[in-house]
Ligand binder design. Sequence first.
Ligand code: AMP
Length: 419
Amino acid sequence: MNFNQFNLDSRLLAGINRLGYTEPTPVQIAAIPPALAGDDLIATAQTGTGKTAVFVLPILQKLLTGPRNRTRALIVTPTRELAEQIHESIRDLGTGTKIRSATIYGGVGAAPQVKALRDGVEILVACPGRLLDHIQQGNARLGSVEILVLDEGDRMLDMGFLPDVKRILKHVPAQRQTMLFSATFPPEIEGLAAQTLRHPKRIAIGLSRPAHTVAHALFPVPQQLKTALLLALLKQTDTDSVLIFTRTKHRAEKLSRQIGQAGFRATSLHSDRTQGQRQSALNGFKSGHYQVMVATDIAARGLDVEAISHVINYDMPATADDYIHRIGRTGRAERTGDAFTLVAPDDKDMVRTLEKIMGQPLARQTLADFDYDAPASPISSPKGRLAPAIREAHHTPAVRRIKPLGHRMLHAKPGRRSL
Ligand code: AMP
């Protein structure tokens, strides 16, 4: 299967080539043909499966014909980062089409957005709150929308955006194509689907299962030694591109400072930072200037950074779904990645849940030479000390054997797709 079989315009094929996509991913194979045919779609596909192109390519193809200078496609998405990524994907795939897209989200000045709306860009990529403001102020006119995409539906629900989304729907013509993407389908999302889609085709790829190219390991540790263990782990890991998750923005900020003090180039991504700070953190992480980025779940939602080698859960995620989204940042598009989770005694129930969704026990690891009985002291392993080797825990029963420490710590089997 290759992209030629979708009968896409040559300008889009050129964009696909430029991005280096050689063959479509499973969700693209399943969903691009019905999307091109104008069908409504419900797609269950996690970030990292190539789902963005599933709606971007058909939107661009459709917009090549017909009027310009009016909003004909609307993509609603929960976070600014995701909006920017989709916007970039439209730009990259649509180079040469002269189709324009604009992002609409809060936390930045409204003037450029008002201008884009008045100019009548063809595609809007919007977060619900700010879009609704523009609708109410008469800046956004959605009467020409032909294609509506609701991206990361379950996350919009979690973030309390569903009422806003329903209000936005009232301003979009009933005669349209609608595509709904969601990693999970709680009843509220099923309800939204029933209200907004007509005879949708259902496509389920990678149903709430993490990517196969990710190796998972748990690191049991007393709560008060988490930071020390994390720093010890970082010291013996190839730290080119490590994304660390904490439960709160306060913890993200504090931890990134501590990691910085330990000699790593670290930054943080959370909602207490300004849009400018978030963008520069993200750009610095993408370019390799920062080795480590500490983020909260919401801020990192849908992040698309190539070649993240490790995701480390400093705090256990609140739900299994969050775990899948977090580790979806590594092991993307045929790369391998490692997912480490620090496990405090209180996290036992969540571990059981994770093992259930993974369908196998997760390897428990301990760091040799790490003093698990030490009193709390965040920076107890001085820099420059010889890296302790990892050994598998003796105290845990039947765990999956993972290759012990190599240059990179853990490797999944190479060559398998992440889908
Ligand atoms: P997404 O799930 O849309 O966030 O995509 C995840 C990553 O896979 C992005 O970096 C895309 O650029 C990349 N990608 C999407 N489609 C393909 C493809 N057919 N071949 C290789 N990489 C792809």
